[in-house]
Every structure is written in C-alpha cells, then in structure tokens.
Design a protein around this ligand. Structure first.
Ligand SMILES: NC(=O)c1ccc[n+]([C@@H]2O[C@H](COP(=O)([O-])OP(=O)(O)OC[C@H]3O[C@@H](n4cnc5c(N)ncnc54)[C@H](OP(=O)(O)O)[C@@H]3O)[C@@H](O)[C@H]2O)c1
Length: 345
C-alpha cells in the first residue's frame, strides 16, 4: 500500500524540524515536501546537518500532499491553509489560527481579524483526550498550544467531576525553545542562562484558549490567572495548577488524596499519552516523547487542589500531538510513530 504523502510548511522553525524527526520514524507516512522562506532551494541537510541523510530539498511552496502541517507563525498560518483546504488537503495547524471559538478573541489576543470565521467554526480543537471522535473526521485540526496542553490535561478530570471552584491559578515554566527559533534579545544565552523570570502578567495569549476549554469542560465562569515563566532549559514545560475544592465534594485528608488519585487514574486509564504519576513529575521524564505526566494532590491545610503536569513543549505541546492528530485523521492507531521513550538523562 502506498504511504500517505505529508508536508510541512515552515520547516525551519523548531516545531517544523521536530515534525521532520517524528515523521521520519513513522511507518505509514512519507514526508515528501517541506517549505521555508530562507532555505528554499537548499537540501534540508544543508540547513540542519543532523538531517544530512534525508534527501529532501526545501521548497518555497508545498507540493501536492495528502496531509499538511502548518508550523507558521499565527496570522500567516491561516493564509497558507485556506488554499489547502480548498484543495481538500487534511491540515493540522500548529499555530493558534484555528484554536479559538470566539472570532472576537483574534483581534483582542492576536491582533488580526480572522479571515474565515466559517472555516474556523468547522475546525476541531486537537486535544485527542477530549475530542478524539471529532478529530477523526475533521479536515482541519487546531493543534493546541503548549501551555494549554499541560494546563487543560492537568485540570480536566477535576473540572469534569465538579471538584473545583472557578478560581484557578496556573503557574507554568517553559524551556526557551517555546519562544521559537527566531532571534530575539530575551532568548539570548546570556539573558536566559542562570535566570528565571515571569512574563506576560497582563494576560498571555494562551489564556483565552485555556479558559475556553475549561468552560467547555463544565467550569462555570472560570476566573483564571495564568503566569508563564521562562527558564534556562531547551525543552519542557512544568505546570502547577491550583484551585479551591468545592466544599463537601472530596475530603482534604489522605483518604481524599487517594480518591482524587483514583479519579485521575480512571479518567486517563485508556489514554496512551497521559500518565498519572506517583510523585511529582520532572520535565526530563518527557524529554523528546509525547507523554503528558500528571500528578494530582490536595493541600490539606488550605483545601486547595494542586495538580502538577509536564510535557515536552515541542512534542506533546506541538509536533508529537500534531502527529497524534494526523494518526486519528487517517484512521491509524493513535500511537503510531510516537512510542519512543523519553531521552534520559
Ligand atoms: N515552539 C513551541 O514550543 C511551539 C509550541 C506549540 C505551538 N507553536 C506554534 O507553532 C508555530 C511555529 O512555532 P515555532 O516555535 O516552530 O516557530 P519558530 O521556531 O519561531 O519559526 C521560526 C521560523 O519561522 C519563519 N517565519 C518567521 N516569520 C515568518 C513569516 N512572517 N512568514 C513566514 N515564515 C516566517 C522563519 O523561517 P524562514 O525565514 O526560514 O521562512 C523563522 O526561522 C507558531 O505559530 C507557534 O506559536 C510553537
């Protein structure tokens, strides 16, 4: 049987090149076309020497493919996707251009009017743990943001069970690759090495996405404080989410903690890429693989739920989740090409 032809738009970004790594190891698809502005016309190995053995020439525009991944910056992404959708190509968009249900959120958070609200309404939010069925029949899947993936998977079981009040605090720490490959002063080695700082305190772009999904999960009028931090590592996101427990729902004692753990284990029991851990997870435990590790507990003194989660921002937070979505869209086993363990140490 011939393999499904896949292509990557903007292979010179970090998520684009991570897609090359994952698709190269995928048995059922073939990577036939990759694009970039700066590298067009060059062999991929000339730009990324570690991929010298792949005989791909970078192009300016995508060849005919069955599935396209857009790893473009927001606003640019929707522009390249529209003609692909017209041509009936299945698309996984790694940018934010199809993630938000409310068109008014685009000018507010991303600074542009969405050019195709009708198509936006047809896109499926690509978090397989919540939307597996819809993803399978979608033509366009909006791959979730990296921070939202870690935050929503951390909170989903508690929200679904009605355990927490809407007053949610999400504290996330990201490695520097989350900011992308383009040069900017904030991500220079001398600025980030041995440094940790919070940013976007006035409202990060991932806030409306997290709020949207918590609401859809059943949290009434969520009041979310989301504070991201940049830390001196290459990959990884560690998220700690806090929320007061609804009184009378679950005990603050050891018994309550055991019940909470069981609730999380049950919720994720059939999920290949979400694992409930027995102790707080480390970002190193997901380095290079598609897992999200989740550790739920209760602060006995304050009655607050505390959930710690971690992912690799470039894998479950971007390229790995995109391949997981593609597998679902093609009717392949969801884990195909994604089963390698984390790199350790
Ligand atoms: N990094 C992450 O952890 C992460 C996670 C989830 C989602 N995302 C999303 O995925 C998309 C790609 O992110 P990334 O981090 O991979 O990007 P990136 O590393 O910042 O990509 C940088 C490359 O994008 C190209 N580019 C920059 N501006 C462009 C423009 N206006 N039009 C066309 N190409 C442009 C440039 O390549 P050329 O000059 O060679 O064309 C540049 O080298 C973004 O929408 C981002 O929000 C990123």
């Amino acid at each position: 049987m011939s393999k499904t032809k896949t292509g990557i738009i903007n292979v010179t970004g970090y998520t684009g090149i991570e897609l090359v790594r994952l698709l190269h190891g995928h048995p059922d698809v073939e990577l036939t076309s990759v694009t970039s502005r700066s590298a067009a016309g060059k062999p991929l190995g000339a730009v990324f020497p570690h991929l010298n053995h792949l005989k791909l020439i970078v192009e300016e525009t995508l060849d005919k493919v069955d599935v396209a991944f857009s790893a473009m910056p927001h606003k640019e992404s929707v522009e390249v996707i529209l003609p692909l959708v017209e041509a009936n190509v299945k698309v996984v968009d790694i940018s934010a251009d199809f993630r938000l249900r409310d068109t008014g959120d685009y000018p507010r958070w991303y600074g542009f009017e969405h050019p195709d609200p009708e198509l936006l309404s047809k896109a499926v939010y690509g978090l397989p743990e919540l939307y597996r069925k819809q993803i399978a029949s979608a033509q366009i899947v909006a791959n979730p943001g990296c921070y939202p993936t870690s935050a929503i998977l951390a909170l989903a079981p508690a929200v679904k069970a009605g355990l927490i009040t809407p007053d949610v605090i999400i504290d996330s720490k990201s490695g520097v690759s989350g900011a992308g490959r383009s040069l900017n002063l904030q991500t220079h080695y001398a600025e980030t090495n041995e440094d940790v700082a919070a940013y976007s305190l006035g409202g990060h772009r991932h806030l409306p996405e997290i709020t949207q999904e918590l609401k859809l999960l059943g949290l009434t009028r969520p009041s979310v404080t989301f504070i991201p931090h940049l830390i001196p590592m290459t990959r990884g996101i560690l998220t700690t989410a806090y929320a007061p427990l609804v009184s009378g729902k679950i005990d603050r004692s050891e018994t309550g903690k055991t019940e909470l753990r069981k609730l999380y284990l049950d919720f994720y029991q059939n999920e290949p890429f979400v694992k409930v851990t027995e102790s707080p997870p480390h970002t190193k435990h997901t380095w290079g693989n598609n897992l999200c590790l989740v550790y739920p507990t209760i602060d006995e003194r304050t009655g607050r739920l505390i959930i710690i989660s971690c992912i690799d921002n470039l894998v479950k937070g971007a390229a790995g989740q995109a391949v997981q979505n593609m597998n679902l869209m093609l009717g392949l086993p969801e884990t195909t090409g994604l089963e390698s363990p984390a790199i350790y140490p």
